[in-house]
Every structure is written in C-alpha cells, then in structure tokens.
Design a protein around this ligand. Structure first.
Ligand SMILES: N=c1c2ncn([C@@H]3O[C@H](COP(=O)(O)OP(=O)(O)OP(=O)(O)O)[C@@H](O)[C@H]3O)c2ncn1[C@@H]1O[C@H](COP(=O)(O)O)[C@@H](O)[C@H]1O
Length: 103
C-alpha cells in the first residue's frame, strides 16, 4: 500500500473516532466546508513557499496539502481510488485535448 493509500485509510477510519483524540476526527466533525477552508489555507501556504523559493518549506507544505486534500475528499465521500482512476483515464491523452473536451 502506498503512503497516500495508507493515509486515506487512516482518515476514513477517523470518521468514527473521538474528535478529542484525533486532529482528523476533529476537522471532519466540523464539516466539509471547514475541511475545504483548511485545504485552501494549506494550498496558499504552499504557493507562498514557491514564491519565496523556500524549497524545504515547500516539501512540508505540500505534505500538508496532500493530507488536507484527502480529508476534504473524505468529507464528501470521494475516495482516493476515484481520483486516481480519473488520473489514469487521462494518462496518455494530450492535455490540450483534455482542455478542448471541457470546452
Ligand atoms: N498528515 C497529517 C497531518 N498534516 C497536518 N496535520 C495537522 O493539520 C493541522 C494543520 O495545521 P495548522 O497549523 O494549519 O492548524 P492549527 O494551527 O493546528 O489549527 P487552526 O489554525 O486551524 O486552529 C496541524 O494541527 C497538524 O497536526 C496532520 N494531521 C494528521 N496527519 C496524518 O493523519 C494521521 C492521523 O492523525 P490523527 O487524526 O490526529 O490521529 C497522522 O498519523 C498523520 O499521518
């Protein structure tokens, strides 16, 4: 199991955990909108690390982004497998063709 799949499984398990014992359970208990807000904040922090050219911090913030993306997906019952399947579908297709298909 990859670390991302492992993390997604942990996050899924935290849905039924006590919010006082788990950061993930606490965040999920606040609802999808709060999860989305946290994801947005972490994404901005990652962008700031890019803008500053702070490589070490970018690695740290990117990990936060991936974690909070998985929490946000879990909050809306979207699985990592679904997202990976979408990426697999796009593999080998041209990015320009994908853009054209979206109109
Ligand atoms: N990868 C992470 C992870 N990345 C970030 N975070 C938490 O996300 C929070 C976000 O940090 P911020 O500084 O933005 O937030 P904050 O200042 O703590 O909170 P506010 O500003 O929102 O009040 C931090 O408190 C981190 O602890 C994470 N919490 C958990 N995980 C993974 O999830 C697993 C389960 O964690 P628990 O649910 O806590 O058991 C862990 O073993 C990890 O593998």
């Amino acid at each position: 199991m990859t670390i991302l799949a492992q993390l997604a499984a942990t996050i899924e398990a935290r849905k039924s955990a006590d919010p006082d014992s788990s950061w993930t359970a606490k965040l999920l208990s606040k609802g999808p909108e709060k999860c989305a807000q946290k994801f947005g904040e972490e994404a901005i922090e990652a962008c700031m690390a890019v803008a500053k050219g702070d490589r070490e911090n970018l690695v740290y913030e990117a990990a936060d982004v991936l974690y909070h993306l998985l929490v946000m997906l879990a909050a809306r019952e979207v699985t990592l497998e679904e997202v990976l399947a979408e990426l697999a579908r796009r593999e080998g297709t041209s990015g320009l063709a994908e853009k054209a298909a979206r109109g």
